[in-house]
Ligand binder design. Structure first.
Ligand code: COA
Ligand code: AMP
Length: 633
């Protein structure tokens, strides 16, 4: 039996023994009483009775343990022309000081702090400072509009907010502070204080009595020590798209999270302490939480915080430059980033001038990796290119080629085998297990391993309903796919209304709620259509109210702007069309899946339950008129 098979078997046969062993790599202030607490099954808790501090494990223990002068974090920002390195000692000191700032503003263990920050070191420092105090951070991605931020403020009820004056997108400066002000105005919960990090590119106006200047506050602050918390206490809440406009607050605990992430660094990513690990993502996403901030730091690596894009900052060699400049051994990014690079530099000519001799592996996740892109990367980088599959909810990979254990042959289009801890099954609609090779719902047998979501923030019912109720005894991933004869997992599609745009998870349901709010719209549908660069992009269909006779182009333009204003530019909602009717089943359900297949020129079957088949012809014609449904339909 190979190493992976042996560990996988042990992890499922004796999860408590397996993870207790992994937990030895973490410093605990109090050892756990129970490794796997199943007293409230199907809700599970890991390491109950244990106490620790995540920030201690990410920073202080390395300072004490001989890494004080090693780089902990390198900030590389082509959009501002800045590079800055923090040793573990420096990062610990800055974090302790900012924890002091938060404490002086009243933040204590269990309080929530929302961060609305671009990719600046202060974002990571603020996250770690919350962890230091046992406060719960919730980072909101900067590409979300004030309305989305307000929704999260109302749900998390933060005592304090932390933001930067601006973010820098190629070609424009995004003023964050006015968006923060607008969100607080819209929210029913009012955070008491806001800390504002002023960037030289754009200064923000401060609200007297509420807002605090980051730099001034740091100058006066007394450093705060690590506060031990329970293993089961929340470290953070990260909101992710659900099927409606109300996002799901994924909760991450402290103990299981630290154990699992530290374990993955070596056993999955194959990285050793002291090496340079780069996740080219954003702190607003789960990849940023797990593999820009916590994973690499828990493991004593140097992490890269990159403020830029794969192309255009300044060119398609940006990633090669960062790898060469900082001696990166492992890069983790989304396939869309590589599609962007490939499009600009199809022959990989720009690679030639960079020294990538330390570079060992490329990891891709966040969306399906198309074989073309994987093969292009393999050809030019000449290192393993590893597709791995996970979700905000899981916090770390469910499946992937486990470079740190052993490397399996690549099958393009597959995310390889389940990692230790994951008992992945394929179920049919009635809950029976599917044969190898047959598509069904991908589920994971409970209990899930440590580091995965124990619940949704103050929404346990929703947690049960969304993930545990359809297939009792299993966690429902909401992905569909199959497992082949060699045990490789193939993730094919979501089973809900989530689409994946440039590696960003978005809810078409949330977009439909925005469209439905337009005064001229009677009915609407949003689907994700295939896009060469972003994987998918949203496309809206509008049925107008009777008697509306304004130009359709004008209405479409308005709804595009409305989605941008209410959800944010990250939705990449750029196109809508007006149709007379929407195709529905006899019970009134809109046939979004069939519309998507027609748009993408995939083969499709006439749904047996369709109300009026003629409507699909009309939809096909409408799609053709805007360049979709090219092959028949
Ligand atoms: N703050 C404000 N606006 C933001 C933002 C932020 N942090 N991040 C993105 N946006 C805006 C962009 O400016 C863009 O606005 P526009 O409509 O005015 O052009 C919009 O949101 C969409 O952004 P993006 O998805 O970055 O698309 P793009 O067309 O600018 O760039 C890629 C395309 C492929 C280069 C880009 O999507 C990319 O780098 N993808 C990698 C994805 C990734 O790392 N995902 C993390 C999961 S692992
Ligand atoms: P997020 O929660 O934003 O990380 O998005 C999770 C979703 O992205 C998953 O449920 C999948 O639908 C999709 N996804 C992530 N990684 C992969 C992958 N490697 N292959 C296919 N789909 C993926």
């Amino acid at each position: 039996m190979g190493l992976h098979a042996e560990l996988h078997r042990r992890s499922l046969a004796d999860p408590a023994g397996f993870w207790a062993e992994a937990a030895e790599a973490i410093d605990w202030t109090r050892r756990w009483d129970t490794v796997l607490d199943d007293s409230a099954a199907p809700l599970y808790r890991w390491f109950t009775g244990g106490e620790l501090n995540t920030c201690w494990n990410a920073l202080d223990r390395h300072v004490e343990g001989g890494r004080a002068d090693q780089a902990a974090m390198i900030y590389d920002s082509p959009v501002t022309g800045t590079k800055r390195s923090f040793t573990y000692r420096e990062l610990r000191d800055e974090t302790a000081r900012f924890a002091g700032v938060l404490r002086s503003l009243g933040v204590e263990k269990g309080d929530r702090v929302i961060l609305y920050m671009p990719m600046v070191p202060e974002a990571a420092i603020a996250m770690l400072a919350c962890a230091r105090l046992g406060a719960v951070h919730s980072v909101v991605f900067g590409g979300f509009a004030p309305h989305e931020l307000a929704t999260r403020i109302n749900d998390a009820k933060p005592k304090v907010m932390v933001c930067a004056s601006c973010g820098i997108e190629p070609g424009r400066t995004v003023a964050y502070k006015p968006m923060l002000d607008s969100a607080i105005e819209q929210a029913t919960h009012k955070p008491a204080r806001c800390v504002v990090f002023q960037r030289p590119q754009l200064k923000a106006d401060l609200v007297p009595g509420r807002d605090v200047d980051w730099t001034a506050a740091m100058a006066d602050a007394a450093p705060a020590d690590c506060v031990p918390v329970k293993a089961t206490d929340p470290l953070y809440v990260l909101y992710t798209s659900g099927t409606t406009g109300q996002p799901k607050g994924v909760v991450r605990d402290n103990g299981g999270h630290a154990v699992a992430l530290k374990w993955t660094m070596q056993h999955f990513y194959g990285v050793k302490p002291g090496e340079v690990f780069w996740a080219a993502s954003d702190v607003g996403w789960v990849v940023g939480h797990s593999y820009i901030v916590y994973g690499p730091l828990l493991h004593g690596c140097t992490t890269i915080l990159y403020e830029g894009k794969p192309v255009g900052t300044p060119d398609a060699a940006a990633y090669w430059r960062v790898i060469a400049d900082h001696g990166v051994v492992t890069l983790f990014t989304a396939p869309t980033a590589f599609r962007a690079i490939k499009r600009e530099d199809p022959d990989g000519k720009l690679l030639a001038t960079y020294d990538l001799s330390k570079f060992r592996a490329l990891f891709l996740a966040g969306e399906r990796s198309d074989p073309d892109t994987v093969q292009w990367a393999e050809r030019h980088l000449k290192v393993p290119v590893i597709d791995h599959w996970w979700q905000t909810e899981t916090g770390w990979p469910i499946a992937g080629n486990p470079l740190g254990l052993e490397l399996f042959p690549v099958k393009y289009g597959s995310t390889c085998k389940p990692l230790p801890g994951w008992d992945v099954r394929i179920l049919g609609v009635d809950g029976h297990e599917m044969k190898r090779g047959d598509i069904g719902a991908i589920v994971c047998k409970l209990p899930l391993p440590p580091g995965t979501l124990p619940t949704l923030w103050q929404a346990e019912d929703r947690f049960r309903k969304s993930y545990l109720s359809e297939f009792p005894g299993y966690y429902q991933t909401a992905d569909a796919g199959f497992i082949d004869d060699d045990g490789y997992i193939h993730v094919m599609a979501r089973t809900d209304d989530i689409i994946n745009v440039a590696g960003h998870r978005l809810s078409t349901g949330a977009m439909e709620e925005v469209l439905a709010g337009h005064r001229d719209v009677a009915e609407c549908a949003v689907i994700g259509v295939a896009d060469d660069l972003k994987g998918q992009v949203p496309l809206g269909f509008l049925v107008l109210k009777a008697g509306v006779n304004r130009p359709h182009a004008e209405i479409c333009k308005e709804v595009v702007q409305k989605v941008r204003d209410e959800i944010g530019p990250v939705a990449a909602f750029k196109q809508a069309i007006v149709v007379d009717r929407l195709p529905k089943t006899r019970s009134g359900k809109i046939l979004r899946g069939t519309m998507q297949k027609i748009a993408d020129s995939e083969s499709w079957k006439m749904p047996a339950t369709i109300d009026d088949p003629a409507i699909l012809d009309e939809i096909g014609q409408a799609l053709k008129s805007i360049g979709y449904a090219k092959a028949g339909g």
